[in-house]
Design a binder for this molecule. Structure first.
Ligand code: NI
Ligand code: MN
Length: 230
C-alpha cells in the first residue's frame, strides 16, 4: 500500500486506486510549508474529529477535487451546510462498504468541536478492510485518542492490523508508551506514528520512538515523503 505524509496526522493512502486522505492540516502547519496543498489529490477525505488540526484544509481540498468527506454525522452535516456536495455521514460502530474497501468507525477517547464552535460529535478512529493482490488487509487509523480497552475489540474482530496509524505525541493523545500498548493490543504489523512535533506540547524524540517500537516495523515518514508499506 502506498502512503504519503503531509505532516501532523495527515496521511494519504492509495487503496485499490482510490486516494484516501486523513485529517488534512497542511496550510497552517509551519512544518509542512513545503507542501503545496493545491497538488494533493483525493477521492475520499476521512475526518476523525472536528478539531482544527484535523480539518483545516478539508473544505478547500474537497471543493477542488470533488472528494467525498467521510466523518461522523455532525461533521458531515457541517460540511453539507458549507456547500460540500459529497459527504458520507457515519458514526461510531457503523461500517460501510465503499468502492475501495469497508470502513468501520471505531471508538476514540478524545473530544471534538468544529473550528467555529459547532458541536463536533464523537471523535472516531477508522478500520479499513480491503483486498490487495488477492490478500485481505486492514488499516487502523486511530485519530486522536487515549489508549483505551476497546482497542482489544479490534484484535478480536480483525485478528491483526496490517498498518496501524497511531498518535504518539502525548499531551493531547497517547504518548509513546501507551501507543506501544495500543500497537500490541490491536496486534499491529506496521506502525506509522502521527500527531507529533507540530506544536511545542507534542515535540518528540524519534530515538525514543524507535527504541520503544523495536519489536514492530516502525515507519517514520518525512513530511512529503511517499513510501510503499508492506
Ligand atoms: Ni484533537
Ligand atoms: Mn489533534
Amino acid at each position: 500500500m502506498k502512503a504519503q505524509y503531509f505532516g501532523h496526522s495527515c496521511y494519504q493512502v492509495v487503496i485499490n486506486g482510490k486516494k484516501i486522505l486523513f485529517d488534512p492540516f497542511i496550510t497552517p502547519n509551519e512544518l509542512a510549508k513545503n507542501i503545496d496543498v493545491n497538488t494533493i489529490e483525493a477521492d475520499y477525505i476521512l475526518l476523525s474529529h472536528g478539531h482544527f488540526d484535523h480539518v483545516a484544509d478539508a473544505e478547500a481540498i474537497t471543493k477542488r477535487t470533488g472528494a467525498t468527506i467521510v466523518s461522523n454525522f455532525e461533521i458531515a452535516t457541517w460540511y453539507e451546510q458549507k456547500g460540500v456536495e459529497k459527504t458520507h455521514p457515519m458514526n461510531t460502530g457503523g461500517s460501510w462498504e465503499f468502492d475501495f474497501g469497508t470502513v468501520k468507525c471505531v471508538n476514540a477517547v478524545h473530544s471534538s468541536v468544529l473550528p467555529d464552535g459547532t458541536y463536533g460529535g464523537a471523535p472516531m478512529g477508522f478500520v479499513i478492510t480491503f483486498e490487495e493482490e488477492g490478500l485481505e488487509k486492514n488499516l487502523y487509523y486511530a485519530g486522536d485518542t487515549a489508549l483505551h480497552y476497546d482497542m482489544k475489540l479490534i484484535q478480536e474482530e480483525y485478528d491483526h492490523v496490517d498498518y496501524a496509524f497511531l498518535p504518539v505525541g502525548d499531551n493531547f493523545t497517547m504518548g509513546i508508551f501507551d501507543a506501544l500498548k495500543a500497537a500490541d493490543w490491536v496486534n499491529a504489523d506496521v506502525v506509522v506514528p502521527m500527531h507529533y512535533d507540530t506544536f511545542g506540547y507534542i515535540v518528540m524524540d524519534k530515538k525514543d520512538l524507535q527504541e520503544a517500537f523495536e519489536d514492530f516495523t516502525l515507519e517514520i515518514f518525512e513530511i512529503g515523503e511517499q513510501k510503499e508499506l508492506n
